[in-house]
Ligand binder design. Structure first.
Ligand code: SF4
Ligand code: SF4
Length: 376
């Protein structure tokens, strides 16, 4: 069955009950049926059946969707909303900014923006996270003892520039847990940005590259939950997992000791982890490895921060409105650290915190765990 028929079959399961509506961030923001899951399903169905023309209005309502999947979690009929919206966006074709950052010039632009005092929101985003050293080089990173598995580590198109410290920390902790880590020079973008912006051909090319790069390993780890979700769905045979899920499963029962930390922490669970992968409990479980540490959830798990793939660049006003309640909470509670496990959320929240003059360190949880790991 092709994607269009798959999507139409998924849309058939919608009984128009509206139970998803209160959980949809864009419906809460715009109070417009066309910006609700139910309304978008009707629009997508009309488009895919050739009953509606692909005009600017229709595109606008479909483009505003964050693909946060809160509607999927709360739908009693199990409607696979993401399948429907991806097929509709593919029908419309690519929109807005180029979705892929998997190009040498795009990466060079990001790298330059980190170090030059350029104006503008894109440059502020590029500088939002502190640099953590160099990107780990392609190769094999063995543990000190005989490895009990070989895991590929996806360095990602943005993460490899913006979250090098998290990549290094991931290697450190996975090695400490006895895994050999393999970084492939060929593996770059997971394809999520292209897939969700109507460019299925690019997404297919990117996932095919990943399939070849990680073939024969015992599993693949992504440190960004958005990338983990894409790998999990596009390449199910790779055994891809989010790093948080892997650590939450192995770290609590391991011999590793993590030192406590005397600091207030805000813990943000990305919608890709909570709704997409349905692993929202993994992050709090992992935090319990940090003894006697004062952490509080930021927002409600699964509520989108507004970053939503490229929305933090292409739909800035909407992204900022969705982010504001989280910034208000940070301004009230004044934690010293903010932990989040998706690169888009980290950039978006860090940039907002800086714009509000809030002094806060934004880290991937693995960076804090590696920092607190007690070495023998
Ligand atoms: S998507 Fe699910 S919850 Fe929303 S209206 Fe359709 S059946 Fe109801
Ligand atoms: S994916 Fe998120 S933004 Fe899109 S319709 Fe569902 S709940 Fe609303």
């Amino acid at each position: 069955m092709n994607d269009r028929n798959n999507a139409l079959q998924a849309a058939d399961h919608c009984v128009k009950c509206g139970l998803c509506l209160p959980h949809c961030p864009t419906y809460r923001l715009y109070a417009d049926e066309a910006d609700s899951p139910r309304g978008r399903i009707a629009l997508a169905e009309g488009l895919l059946r050739g009953l509606l023309s692909p005009d600017a209005n229709l595109r606008e309502h479909l483009d505003r969707c964050l693909l946060c999947r809160a509607c999927e979690v709360h739908c009693p009929s199990g409607v696979r909303f993401s399948r429907i919206i991806d097929a509709a966006r593919n029908e419309l074709g690519p929109s807005e900014a180029p979705p892929s950052l998997d190009h040498p010039l795009a990466r060079l632009g990001l790298a330059l923006a980190r170090h030059l005092p350029l104006p503008g929101q894109r440059a502020r985003l590029a500088r939002a996270l502190p640099g953590g050293g160099s990107t780990p080089a392609p190769g094999h990173y063995p543990p000190s003892s005989t490895p009990h598995s070989r895991l590929g580590l996806l360095t990602g198109c943005v993460t490899r520039i913006q979250q090098t410290g998290a990549l290094q920390a991931a290697i450190h902790l996975l090695n400490a847990l006895g895994h050999e880590v393999v970084i492939s020079a060929a593996a770059a973008c997971c394809g999520a940005l292209a897939a969700h912006h109507g460019d299925r051909a690019t997404a297919a090319r990117q996932t095919d590259t990943l399939r070849q790069a990680f073939d024969g390993l015992d599993g693949v780890i992504a440190i960004a939950s958005g990338c983990a979700l894409q790998l999990h769905e596009a390449l199910p045979k790779l055994g891809a997992e989010d790093l948080i899920t892997r650590l939450a499963r192995e770290l609590p029962d391991s011999d590793l000791r993590i030192a406590s930390l005397n600091a207030r922490i805000a813990l943000h669970t990305p919608c890709t982890l909570a709704n997409g992968l349905r692993r929202g409990d993994d992050l709090p479980r992992l935090m319990r490895c940090l003894p006697e540490t004062d952490w509080q959830p930021l927002g409600r798990p699964g509520d989108c921060c507004g970053a939503a793939g490229m929305h933090l660049l292409t739909r800035l006003a909407q992204a900022e409105r969705l982010r504001q309640p989280l910034l208000d909470q940070l301004l009230r509670e004044r934690p010293a650290l903010l932990l989040t496990s998706n690169i888009g959320c980290a950039l978006h929240l860090a940039e907002g915190a800086q714009a509000h003059g809030l002094e806060i360190e934004v880290l991937h949880p693995v960076e804090l765990l590696a920092r607190q790991l007690e070495e023998d």
